[in-house]
Design a protein around this ligand. Structure first.
Ligand code: BTN
Length: 251
């Protein structure tokens, strides 16, 4: 029922659909470890029963209502110090897709949540395998809330809630994949700076004063930008500190 995209070179050309599975990221990883898998291979399910989120969280998605899929990429051109650029291109691709689709501004909440109207519509979990100083294999897991109407979390939303229209998952997937490939090719072409500028331009709460927590302490700070490793640089009083993903939370 999912279609192989006609307008991509490699992303989604090899499409593996499973009616249900615990996690498409786990399945994609197993596949890539068992035998050689083509770059751009897509693993997608209609019913992910134990979806993995960032920071060890669970990703919940009602069966057949949402897009839950993983892409296998082989960014051998990307040094490990540039890993964060995969987050950058995937978030920008999701933003590209959503901004054509829905009214209102689409924000990227560092590191890789996509927000609409202050609510999370999509999450990304990227799991990289390293070989020496480069990324040999990357499992890019994407959860995009499409037709689900009710969420356990009050801070979640979906495309159909925002647009008031039911979405045809297979058609939307084709659009998303072409955005992903376009952004990824720009990374492969070395457009790091331009991509980072676009990411920063969409960064949620950038240049605003808000509360954060770190090490159990609450503090007021202003997001400036990211450092070269993708850490979040926050201005706190007159000092600037860089935080890794597990080191800071938004309040
Ligand atoms: C997050 O925001 O916490 C990341 C969520 C990532 C969810 C996707 S759904 C498809 C893929 N398979 C998984 O187990 N997780 C990712």
């Amino acid at each position: 029922m999912y279609k192989i995209p006609a307008n991509t070179l490699f992303v989604g050309k090899n499409l593996v659909f499973v009616p249900d599975c615990p996690s498409t990221n786990t399945l994609a990883l197993q596949m890539s470890q068992q035998s050689p898998v083509k770059e751009g291979t897509l693993v997608i399910t209609d019913n992910q029963t134990a979806g993995k989120g960032q920071r060890g969280n669970v990703w919940e998605a009602e069966p057949r209502q949402n897009l839950t899929f993983s892409l296998i990429l082989k960014p051998g051109f990307l040094g490990i110090n540039k890993q964060f650029y995969l987050n950058v291109v995937i978030c920008l691709a999701l933003k590209d897709y959503l901004k054509d689709k829905i009214p209102g501004t689409v924000y990227i909440k560092w590191p890789n949540d996509i927000l609409v109207h202050e609510k999370k519509i999509s999450g990304v979990l990227i799991e990289n395998q390293l070989q020496g100083a480069v990324i040999s294999n990357s499992i890019v897991g994407i959860g995009l809330n499409m037709n689900q109407k009710k969420f356990v979390s009050e801070t979640a939303t979906s495309v159909s809630i925002v647009t008031g229209e039911e979405q045809i998952l297979s058609d939307e997937l084709v659009l998303i994949l072409s955005h992903i490939e376009a952004r990824y090719l720009r990374l492969r072409a070395g457009e790091h700076n331009a991509l980072m500028m676009e990411y920063l331009a969409s960064l949620y709460r950038r240049h605003e004063k808000h509360e954060f927590t770190s090490d159990g302490k609450v503090f007021l700070g202003e997001i400036l930008d990211l450092d070269e490793w993708g850490k979040l640089r926050i201005k706190i009083d007159d000092e600037v500190r860089a935080f890794g993903v597990k080191e800071v939370q938004y309040v």
